[in-house]
Write a protein that binds this ligand. Structure first.
Ligand code: CTP
Length: 376
């Protein structure tokens, strides 16, 4: 059985000004470390990407130390795929466009620091094909806390924003009063020790990822739906040996109708060729539903790569490997690498019918006109 893999970022980042100076902020890392500890204590596999803080690594947590925002962004990307990510770090919004030499006092007066924007790690992850099922941001605000946090939820495309008011001694302090902001509303918690905030958040995260409670240790192998989307159905997914290590089908954006699915093999499709490409998993769709396999528009437009039987249907009683029948209608050979996104999966309700044989059909104004009878 595989543990849920959860990524936590924590602490500040240090942005060098020159070889001896840096820009920093007052984040202590305590809240992020406490969350990592609480998740690990509950059996999750936790990767903690930590900015420069002098805190002990919580038991059972894999820690990756970084200094700058760019290093943190790279470490987060390297940790994927994960089931959930909690971005607790106070990432510097800007770094210094720095010189390699130490800045010296001189006759020219004070130096000017040129700032360059850092990547938004949370927003980048939200838009990534490897977006985790549950993506949580933190917001440190000094005024209109929930209003700003609600705007941040939409802007960063997170599932939850945990907002706190840092106008007091929260940064570096031992207690925190947080508001949990989701698309469904705002829940405000009383001021609690950071360990208690962490314990409650960890419980809530695990309950969200494994709603039936029993699946805490094996959800990566059994669920591939986004619980944040309303009206979702549960589709059991079994990874096959050659699918190990590949990202599960995932919704690339908040409003995406289809989950992008990746290839579990590599091949080259010459012009005019077709092939059933392995995905490395099998699924059990609930009765009354199908999953449609549809082409990706970018591949179709740029390369002439389409699903030949589009929209393909995966029936609810099919338990074999999901394969995507791709055809190359373009003029160039098309190389597919393992892990490339090749199609999208769209679950849909099925309307079945019963046939009744009759002698005559009812009349309509159109009658038998068809096949272009209404004009071009
Ligand atoms: N964050 C991030 N990468 C950045 C900046 C922020 O991943 N470069 C994440 C933080 O870890 C946190 C969330 O985004 O989860 C909110 O960060 P914050 O700096 O408060 O938000 P901003 O978008 O910078 O908004 P503002 O400065 O207006 O408060």
């Amino acid at each position: 059985m595989t543990a849920l893999h959860i990524l936590v970022t924590a602490g500040p980042t240090h942005e060098p000004i020159d070889p001896v100076r840096y820009l920093a902020n007052r984040s202590s890392g305590k809240q992020g470390f406490a969350i990592a500890a609480a998740l690990a204590a509950r059996g999750a596999r936790v990767t903690l990407v930590a900015g420069p803080v002098a805190l002990p690594t919580p038991p059972g947590v894999t820690r990756i130390d970084v200094e700058t925002a760019l290093e943190m962004a790279a470490a987060v990307e390297a940790a994927l795929p994960v089931d959930a990510a909690m971005m607790v770090a106070a990432v510097a919004d800007w770094r210094v466009d720095r010189t390699a030499q130490k800045i010296k006092k001189g006759p020219d007066g004070p130096p000017t620091l040129q700032l360059v924007e850092n990547p938004d790690i949370l927003a980048t992850l939200a838009a990534s094909p490897l977006r985790p099922r549950l993506l949580i941001g933190f917001a440190a605000e000094t005024e209109r806390v929930t209003e700003h946090a609600t705007a941040k939820l939409t802007r960063k495309r997170a599932d939850w924003i945990v907002a706190n008011d840092v106008s007091g001694d929260v940064m570096g302090g031992a207690a925190n009063a947080v508001h949990i902001v989701t698309a469904g509303g705002i829940e405000s918690w009383e001021r609690l020790p950071k360990d208690e905030v962490a314990a409650r958040l960890a419980d809530r995260i695990l309950a969200t990822l494994a709603p039936n409670g029993s699946a805490t240790f094996d959800t990566p192998d059994t669920h591939c739906y986004d619980p944040a989307m309303s009206g979702s159905i549960t589709i059991a997914l079994k990874r096959l040996p050659h699918g190990e290590g590949l990202p599960l089908p995932v919704y690339a954006t908040e409003g995406a109708a289809g989950m992008d699915v990746v290839a579990a093999e590599e091949t080259v499709l010459v012009p005019g060729a077709r092939a059933a490409i392995a995905t490395g998993f099998a699924i059990a769709i609930p009765p009354g539903y199908e999953v449609q396999v549809r082409p990706r528009s970018g591949l179709a437009l740029k390369h002439g790569i389409t699903c030949l039987n589009t929209p393909g249907t995966i029936d609810s009683d099919y338990r074999g490997e999901v394969k995507v029948i791709l055809a190359n209608l373009g003029q160039e050979p098309f190389a597919i690498a393992r892990g490339d996104r090749i199609a999208q999966l769209v679950p849909a309700p099925v309307q079945r019918a019963v046939l009744e044989v009759v002698e005559a059909l009812d009349d309509t104004a159109r009658g038998v006109g068809g096949f272009g009878s209404t004009g071009r």
